[in-house]
Design a protein around this ligand. Structure first.
Ligand SMILES: *Cc1c(COP(=O)(O)O)cnc(C)c1O
Length: 861
């Protein structure tokens, strides 16, 4: 039963704490006495003991799964346990939604084309506080809980940082008792799985729904028709005589809702993540079928289903494919319809819409929502244009994620107008009104007008989605201080002129400490809990600061080292399983895992590894131990399938690994590993196991980064450039706790210009590395020529030559400092103690206060 079906608000008996006496009375009067009694009995079904859970698991195995306990494998155990927990979640979820509806609270709608959720089971047990209980039950049924957890495939509905941010945010919205909804797409295929064959990346489809998905609730009753193509008709209102525009769609598909309950930690609040799946409308194919045109009716069906078939695998890169624009509109139209429908049930005036609805645009992907809301208000609801526009701009906020030109969305005008003819007209009107305002205030400034226009007057013309997002929102934010300053002075500087700087703000990214500390690193979490006397730091991370008191406690430091070693052994096991390579857990683990991108500079990392290898070989055997601390270089990440340079970097890493790991000269001093198929569940093993992690993007290119936070909160130090959130991490943990190097963002443009003018010096160590690659040490040079040439002859856009020496210097400082274990442990503790700021709970609080104007809704009344 859906909470917003006609029966909503009825069955509440199991817990009354969330409602005021008046609310309870109102609900009671609407329920027949018998139903109330039945519900009270039903509510007792929520398990609270291992025994009760066991019988629910057995029940699900035997009935829901229609299998017997006699041949219950770990897949069935996973499905039955998950379904039992899901049942519990749904009860809490119904109550939460009823409360929000009854109280008519303002809701947050987080629109993101990506939600990189990873696994759900472990997280649900932790957030509900029932992991021990579950462990007892599975034990008694003959299953090891950790093995059961491992059965679950990752929900890989995202590419990297942007999608993972959305996942952390919905966790924090639930935990902070905010009435928040996520809206996204239910891709049948998530991010591809990466295989490494002969050192090359090979992509395999990720059919993550193969065994069904116990965490989703299909809502077949929520089907929203979405139109594409067609034409715009003009009619005259017989009463007013005014002309009215109406879009007549040419192709229709259905959006079907799938709901994922999102539990908060230590609260009964359960929010909803609603993902849309595309389905053909029945009339369409039926007609053709009757005409005997079976083939084309099937083709039509497949065309509809293809909309949510796959996630586009690009990270920080725009590719103007029509199907992608279709995905965007499909998702936005269904979500807005849903949001508007929920608002209309309150019977409030349209002018009150922004008092009940805040919509956040995660990047420009959902920007069409601005236009669609204006269309709904003006074309369908008859709201006057200016009033509608006021409602729209008060509703939306826009989060920018990059300043890189190649990542900014621009849709060719003709492609856009063909798919969404009425939306194009509305954009023209929005643009005209906006540009008239600008022209009035800045007469003569033709350049300004050209720059802020939604339409790029190029050939062919483009719709600039970022411009539309800014104009359609009341706030624009970047995701780290440096990034938020950069957008004001570079890509959006003209908008600062028009709107003033107040429209632009910053919300530095964060991560959820539940997944990235407690779930990923239970040993460290337990150690901290025992020292601080409570686990309050999991919801109030600034409490971590108290750890500094114990910094000189030798027992505590010993335990801290113990935890790190345990986590390194755990990663060593994973590496062995995935690659067959046995790494030394007492070596320094140097980790760089993230999407492979030239701006993230994995090429510089591997060039540095080659340099270290050459240095080791050039050192007489007897002197090696004194000069080099044993190190394991671990690199992982996916390359977009069409990204040639990124794929070359992967191949080079694997070839270097092959050579280094088999050379007796470097044995005991250097190992190199490429971890295939980096994803969230692997990140949970990798992040707690680093001594050093690398966040070495060209200054000014990484908007924030979030894996930097994951590593540091787990006691790893970082080597990094003065970029993204590294800047704020440095401020929080102190300069002594971080290894910074390289040119600053403010110098990048000039250096690039110098290179363009032919001014480029390859430093001697890098020249050595290039010579070695050219010699064919790592395989035929042809394979890597493009990587070398990009630095030497193509302007070195990412400034590898400029930063290489200071990178090496920072690395050798690390070598020296790591030998002093006591000092290193101190730094590690100081880091964790000062990471409190980087909780996504803090992000959500800032968004709620400064952008959404939304308050938490708690049980207490
Ligand atoms: C956190 C995370 C990212 C983001 O990593 P960055 O280093 O910040 O780019 C990407 N992928 C996965 C699986 C993650 O967990």
């Amino acid at each position: 039963m859906s909470f917003d079906s006609g029966l909503s608000g009825r069955f509440h008996k199991r817990s009354m704490t969330g409602f005021t006496p008046t609310e309870i009375k109102a609900i009671d009067q609407s329920i027949p006495i018998k139903a109330r009694e039945a519900w009270t009995k039903y509510a007792a079904r929520e398990f609270t003991s291992p025994d009760q859970l066991e019988s629910q698991i057995i029940n699900h195995v035997e009935t829901t799964l229609a299998r017997s306990m006699y041949n219950c494998d770990s897949l069935a155990a996973y499905q039955a346990l998950s379904t039992s927990i899901r049942d519990k979640l749904i009860l809490h979820w119904n109550k939460t939604q009823q409360m929000h509806t009854l109280r008519e609270v303002k809701r947050i709608y987080y629109l993101s084309l990506e939600f990189l959720m990873g696994r759900a089971l472990d997280n649900a047990m932790i957030n509900l506080g029932i992991k021990e209980l579950c462990c007892k039950s599975t034990d008694e049924l003959g299953f090891n809980l950790e093995d059961v957890i491992d059965v679950e495939p990752d929900a890989g509905l995202g590419n990297g940082g942007l999608g993972r941010l959305a996942a952390c945010f919905i966790d924090s919205m639930s935990t902070g008792n905010y009435p928040g909804w996520g809206y996204g797409l239910r891709y049948n295929y998530g991010i591809f799985s990466q295989k490494i064959v002969d050192g090359y990346q090979v992509e395999a489809p990720d059919y993550w729904l193969k065994f069904g998905n116990p965490w989703e609730i299909p809502r077949h009753e929520i089907q929203i028709p979405v139109d594409f193509y067609g034409y715009v008709s003009t009619t005259t209102d017989p009463k007013t005589g005014k002309s009215k525009k109406q879009w007549q769609g040419g192709e229709q598909v259905l959006a079907v809702a799938y709901d994922f309950p999102v539990p908060g930690y230590n609260t009964s609040n359960v929010n909803n993540l609603r993902l849309w799946s595309s389905q053909p409308t029945s009339e369409f194919d039926f007609q053709k079928f009757n005409q005997g045109d079976y083939d084309s009716s099937v083709a039509q069906q497949q065309r509809a289903e293809s909309i949510t078939a796959v996630l586009y695998p690009n990270d920080n890169f725009y590719q103007g494919k029509e199907l992608r624009l279709k995905q965007q509109f499909f998702w936005v139209a269904a979500s807005l319809h849903d949001i508007v429908r929920r608002f209309m049930k309150t019977k409030k005036k349209w002018s009150e819409f922004p008092d009940l609805v805040a919509i956040q645009l995660n990047d420009t992907h959902p920007t069409l929502a601005v236009v669609e809301l204006q269309r709904i208000l003006v074309d369908l609801e008859g709201v006057e244009w200016n009033e509608a526009w006021e409602i729209v701009t008060r509703t939306f906020g826009y989060t920018n994620h990059t300043v890189m030109q190649e990542a900014l969305e621009k849709w060719p005008l003709d492609l856009f107008g063909n798919l969404l003819p009425r939306h194009l007209e509305i954009i023209y009107s929005i643009n005209m009104q906006f540009l008239q305002m600008v022209a009035k205030r800045f007469p003569q400034d033709r350049e300004l007008i050209r720059n802020v226009s939604i339409v790029e007057e190029s050939d062919p013309k483009n719709i600039r989605m970022a411009n539309l997002a800014i104009i359609g929102s009341h706030k624009v934010n970047g995701v780290a201080e440096l990034h938020s300053e950069l957008i004001k002075t570079t890509i959006f500087k003209d908008f600062v002129k028009v709107y003033g700087a107040e429209k632009f703000t910053n919300v530095t990214n964060g991560i959820t400490p539940r997944r990235w500390l407690k779930q990923a690193n239970p040993m460290l979490s337990d150690l901290i809990t025992s020292k601080l006397g409570s686990d309050e730091f999991l919801t109030n991370t600034v409490r971590l600061k108290q750890l500094e008191k114990f910094i000189d406690d030798p027992e505590f430091r010993e335990a801290w080292i113990e935890v790190k070693l345990h986590n390194k052994k755990r990663l060593a096991q994973l590496i062995k399983k995935l690659t067959g390579i046995e790494v030394n857990p007492s070596s320094l683990f140097d980790v760089q895992v993230k999407r492979i991108h030239e701006y993230k500079r994995q090429q510089m990392n591997i060039f540095g590894v080659i340099y270290r290898y050459l240095q080791i070989k050039a050192t007489p055997e007897s002197e090696r131990a004194g000069k080099f601390f044993p190190r394991t270089s671990i690199i992982g990440g996916k390359a977009a399938p069409g990204y040639y340079a990124a794929k070359k970097i992967i191949k080079l890493v694997n070839s270097v690994a092959e050579v280094v790991n088999n050379d007796p000269d470097s044995k005991g001093f250097l190992q190199v590993v490429f971890i295939p198929d980096y994803n969230v569940s692997k990140a949970e093993i990798i992040c707690p196991a680093s001594d050093i992690s690398e966040h070495i993007s060209t200054a000014g290119t990484e908007a924030s980064g979030t894996s930097n936070m994951k590593f540091v909160i787990n006691g790893g130090l970082i080597i990094g450039t003065v970029d993204g959130a590294n800047v704020e991490i440095t401020r929080e943990v102190g300069e002594d706790q971080i290894f910074l190097f390289g040119n600053l963002a403010e110098d990048v443009e000039e250096l690039r210009q110098d290179h363009q003018m032919g001014k480029l010096e390859v430093p001697e160590p890098l020249e050595q590395v290039f010579d070695e690659i050219e010699k064919g040490t790592f395989g035929p040079y042809d394979e890597y020529k493009s990587l070398v040439d990009s630095v030497k002859y193509h302007g070195d856009y990412y400034l590898v030559s400029d930063d290489f020496e200071s990178y090496l210097e920072a690395q050798s400082t690390i070598d020296k400092e790591f030998r002093d274990r006591e000092n290193w442990v101190k730094k590690s503790i100081i880091c964790v103690a000062n990471m409190g700021f980087f909780s996504s709970d803090r992000c959500i609080r800032e968004y709620a206060e400064n952008i959404w104007n939304v308050e938490p809704v708690t049980d207490q009344v």
